[in-house]
Ligand binder design. Structure first.
Ligand SMILES: NC(=O)c1ccc[n+]([C@@H]2O[C@H](COP(=O)([O-])OP(=O)(O)OC[C@H]3O[C@@H](n4cnc5c(N)ncnc54)[C@H](O)[C@@H]3O)[C@@H](O)[C@H]2O)c1
Length: 344
């Protein structure tokens, strides 16, 4: 069967990789990417598929009901994959209310359009951060949600709206909860992309607190393949963890980036933790439910990390205009000014 996918947030980091992945692997399908092109959206991420007749890009916000309904109607959308979100914890700490519009209300608008026009599947992309933090063990899909930052609270809120639409209206929803994702085209604000682009500019990198916070890392391509598996084979109403069990401390990640670049550890600047008590100590997920559907991560963490370092080295033309933009510099000044001082 031929499907038309609505991929929201398709110009962002994971959404653009997913769009390219789907176009390359589902030759009968069409993809419509809807993206508000916020500071994090970048049409250059979609250059590979831009002229493909099976691809269409529409600029717009998911909370704009009239535009969303027009897209469902004119494009005859059969499947939705919702990546659109304000996705940064640190920005969410500066402006906690702003993300509710996209991460909660926008999800409701999409679901309402799905209810009105009917879809075969509605997949909502969420995060392991909704579980909160755990010092031991692994999160399972039916564990309670205990988000600790405005970002993760907004993502948890979005999930609740998805759940209610499944229960109350029978919308065939699916939710994925992905781990910390890395790879090419990641906006330079998250640990790996932020640190890499700073090091490549000869700047110091800030280590929050003692750097012992542990994250489970997954290569973007494996995360996309996990989402695709859930979209094809998942059971409506269900939630699936997507993780790769590559648990590393933030300090380990920084040391590894420095060694890849042949740089000195003195470029690490230890700062008081800007997230304070909201900084989750550890995430770790049980992924047996997804693996039972045949998915497994295919990239070695070491190789994917080296490839990411290479990509940022070779694609300065992608990240340089971003780090020199006013929006970016304002954020860095607002968030890191008091911690980095002369090393800003
Ligand atoms: N990056 C990670 O490590 C990670 C891990 C797990 C889950 N996720 C989730 O995956 C999704 C994508 O994350 P990402 O890292 O690619 O984020 P990103 O910030 O790179 O991309 C988000 C995209 O959404 C767009 N967008 C924002 N608000 C919008 C709106 N109102 N309407 C339409 N488009 C809008 C932006 O322009 C951008 O292109 C998010 O939902 C995020 O919560 C991310």
């Amino acid at each position: 069967m031929t499907n038309t996918l609505l991929i929201t947030g398709g110009a962002g980091f994971i959404g653009s990789h997913f769009t390219k992945y789907w176009i390359a692997t589902h030759l009968q399908d069409r993809v419509v990417a809807l993206d508000a092109l916020t500071y994090a959206g970048n049409t250059a991420n979609l250059a590979e598929v831009w002229n493909d007749p099976r691809f269409r890009f529409i600029p717009g916000r998911i909370q704009d009901q009239a535009s969303v309904e027009w897209i469902f109607k004119t494009e005859k959308i059969t499947r939705v994959v919702n990546f659109a979100a304000e996705s940064h914890n640190d920005r969410s700490l500066l402006d906690p209310g702003a993300l509710i519009q996209t991460n909660v209300y926008g999800v409701s608008v999409l679901l309402e359009a799905a209810r009105k026009f009917g879809v075969e599947r509605f997949l909502h992309v969420s995060t392991d951060e909704v579980y909160g933090t755990t010092d031991t063990g692994v999160f399972k899909e039916d564990d309670p949600l205990l988000p600790n930052t405005p970002y993760s609270a907004g993502k948890a809120g979005g999930e609740m709206v998805v759940r209610a639409h499944h229960v109350a209206y029978g919308i065939p929803t699916l939710v994925t909860r992905g781990g910390n994702t890395f790879g090419p085209n990641q906006y330079p604000e998250k640990l790996i992309s932020f640190s890499l682009t700073r090091l490549l500019q000869g700047k110091k990198i800030p280590l929050y607190g003692d750097g012992s916070q542990r994250r489970e890392w997954i290569a973007v391509r494996d995360h996309c393949a996990g989402i695709a598996t859930v979209l094809e084979k998942g059971e409506p109403g269900q939630i699936y963890n997507v993780g790769d069990h590559n648990e590393r401390t933030n300090l380990w990640i920084m040391q590894r980036l420095l060694s890849e670049l042949g740089m000195d550890e003195r470029l690490i600047k230890r700062i008081e933790d800007p997230r304070g008590g909201a900084h989750d100590r550890r995430y770790s997920m049980d992924t047996a439910k997804l693996q039972r559907m045949g998915w497994k991560p295919e990239r070695s963490f070491d190789e994917a990390l080296s490839a990411t370092v290479r990509w940022y080295r070779e694609n300065e033309s992608w990240w340089r205009p971003i780090v020199e933009s006013e929006d970016y510099q304002t954020f860095v000044r607002r968030f890191y000014g008091r911690y980095l001082g002369e090393d800003l």
